[in-house]
Design a binder for this molecule. Structure first.
Ligand SMILES: Cc1cc2nc3c(=O)[nH]c(=O)nc-3n(C[C@H](O)[C@H](O)[C@H](O)COP(=O)(O)O)c2cc1C
Length: 374
C-alpha cells in the first residue's frame, strides 16, 4: 500500500518524508520534482520566508542511480531558516491557528511554539515532494494532474485551457491573466490593512482510467480519500467534486451526465458534473476537485486573544506570515491529488514494479477497450 509520513519543524534543520509501497523502476526526475517545490514557494502575497529557502528534494533511501528500488523512500528538504532553539515562546494564541488547541492537547505550559512549528504549512513542502513522486508515476501512464487558482478573496478567475505556461506566468497561478491585476490589488489592500485573504483552488486530472477507487468500502472510496487529503492541507475548509455544492440546487434530470455511444466507438459523457467520480470510483472523465482556503490567521493587525502565561487579555501573536497563500495551496492540492490517484492506480493495476503495473494496466485497459480508451 502506497503511503507516507512526514516529520520536521518549520524552523528545524530539515523536513523529511518516508514513502513506502512505491513501485520499483520509476525514474526520479529531479527537475520535475524541484520545479513543483519552486512553484509552491511562489505566488503573489507570500512572506520573506520563501525568499530565504530554496527547496530541493534529496533522496536518502529507496532510489539508486536515479531509479526507485521498491524500498521505502526517504526524502529530505533542508531548512535554511533553522533557528528553532532561538525562537521566542508564543503565549498569545492566534485565533484560527493550531496554537490554543495544541497547547491544551500537548501540555506545553502555555507556550505554543512547538505546536506552531509543526502546524506551520512549511510541512507542505515535503508533502509536495511526495505528491511529485505520485505525479511521476501517473506520468508513466499518461495521466496529468494540473492545479490552478480559481479565486483569491472576491476576485474570481475565469477558466481556460489547462496551459502550464499561462498558469506559471501568472502571479496567482491562474488561467486568467486579465484578472491578475485585480487580485494583486486586493492582496495589496489586505496587506496594507494588516489583513489576509483566502480563495479557491482547482485540480484537474486528465487521462485517468475508469475504476480507480472502489464502491466497496467507505475507506476505499476515492471521493472520500481525495476530500480527506485536500481537507488535511492547512487552512482548507471546504472541498467540492465536480459541480459540488451547486448540484444541490438542481433536479436530478439536470444534475447527471448522460451516457451515449460515441461515433468513434466506446462511450461518451457530454457533460462532467460528476467531476469524474461516480460511486467512489473514477469514471474515465477528467477528475475535477476544488478546495476552499480560509484567509490566513496570522494577522499583522492581530485579533483579540489571551496571554496563556499571565491570563491577561492580549493581542494575538504575530510573526512573519503570508498575506495570501492560495497560489501555493494550489500546488499542494495538486500534489495530494496526484498521490491519492497514484495510490489508487497501484491498487487497481497491482504490482511492486513499474513493469508489473504496466502489465496489470494493459490487461485491464484491454478488457474495457470497447467501452473506454485513454
Ligand atoms: C501553502 C500554505 C501556506 C500557509 N502560510 C500561512 C502563513 O503564512 N500564516 C498563517 O497564519 N497560516 C498559513 N497557512 C495556514 C496555516 O498553516 C493553518 O491555518 C494552520 O495550520 C491551522 O490549521 P487550519 O487552518 O487547517 O485549522 C498556510 C497554509 C498553506 C497551505
Amino acid at each position: 500500500m502506497l503511503e507516507y509520513v512526514t516529520a520536521g519543524e518549520s524552523h528545524g534543520p530539515a523536513l523529511h518524508a518516508i514513502v513506502s509501497g512505491y513501485p520499483a523502476g520509476v525514474r526520479v526526475d529531479r527537475a520535475f520534482l524541484d520545479g513543483r517545490l519552486l512553484r509552491r514557494q511562489g505566488g503573489y502575497g507570500r512572506s520573506k520566508r520563501q525568499q530565504m529557502e530554496t527547496d530541493r528534494a534529496r533522496f536518502l533511501s529507496g532510489v539508486r542511480r536515479g531509479v526507485t528500488t521498491g524500498n521505502p523512500i526517504t526524502i529530505r528538504i533542508t531548512n535554511r531558516a533553522s533557528n528553532l532553539a532561538k525562537l521566542p515562546s508564543v503565549t498569545r494564541p492566534r485565533p484560527g491557528h493550531a496554537d490554543l488547541a495544541g497547547v491544551l492537547k500537548f501540555g506545553h505550559d502555555g507556550d505554543a511554539r512547538d505546536v506552531l512549528e509543526r502546524a506551520s504549512a512549511r510541512e507542505t513542502a515535503v508533502r509536495t515532494a511526495v505528491g511529485g513522486l505520485g505525479a511521476l508515476l501517473l506520468r508513466e501512464f499518461g495521466i496529468d494532474v494540473f492545479g490552478h487558482v480559481v479565486r483569491v478573496g472576491k476576485v474570481s478567475f475565469r477558466g481556460g485551457a489547462l496551459d502550464e505556461d499561462v498558469r506559471d506566468a501568472s502571479p496567482f497561478f491562474s488561467l486568467d491573466p486579465e484578472r491578475d491585476p485585480q487580485a494583486r490589488e486586493a492582496v495589496d489592500e489586505a496587506g496594507t490593512d494588516g489583513d489576509t485573504l483566502g480563495g479557491v483552488v482547482e485540480v484537474v486530472a486528465q487521462g485517468v482510467w475508469p475504476g480507480l477507487g472502489s464502491n466497496n468500502q467507505s475507506d476505499r472510496r476515492l471521493d472520500g480519500r481525495l476530500a480527506a487529503a485536500l481537507m488535511a492541507i492547512p487552512a482548507i475548509k471546504g472541498v467540492e467534486i465536480g459541480a459540488g455544492f451547486s448540484v444541490a440546487r438542481l433536479r436530478g434530470s439536470k444534475a447527471h451526465d448522460v451516457i451515449r455511444h460515441a461515433k468513434s466507438g466506446g462511450l461518451v459523457r457530454p457533460t462532467n458534473r460528476a467531476g469524474g467520480l461516480e460511486g467512489g470510483m473514477t469514471n474515465g472523465q477528467p477528475l475535477v476537485v476544488r478546495a476552499a482556503m480560509k484567509p490566513l490567521s496570522t494577522l499583522r493587525r492581530p485579533l483579540e486573544s489571551v496571554d496563556l502565561k499571565t491570563g491577561a487579555r492580549s493581542d494575538a501573536h504575530f510573526e512573519r506570515s503570508d498575506v495570501t497563500a492560495v497560489p501555493a495551496a494550489s500546488v499542494v492540492a495538486e500534489a495530494v491529488v496526484a498521490f491519492e490517484l497514484a495510490r489508487a492506480l497501484c491498487v487497481k493495476a497491482g504490482g511492486d514494479s513499474l513493469a508489473d503495473l504496466r502489465a496489470g494496466g494493459d490487461a485491464y485497459l484491454g478488457r474495457i477497450a470497447s467501452w473506454w480508451t485513454p
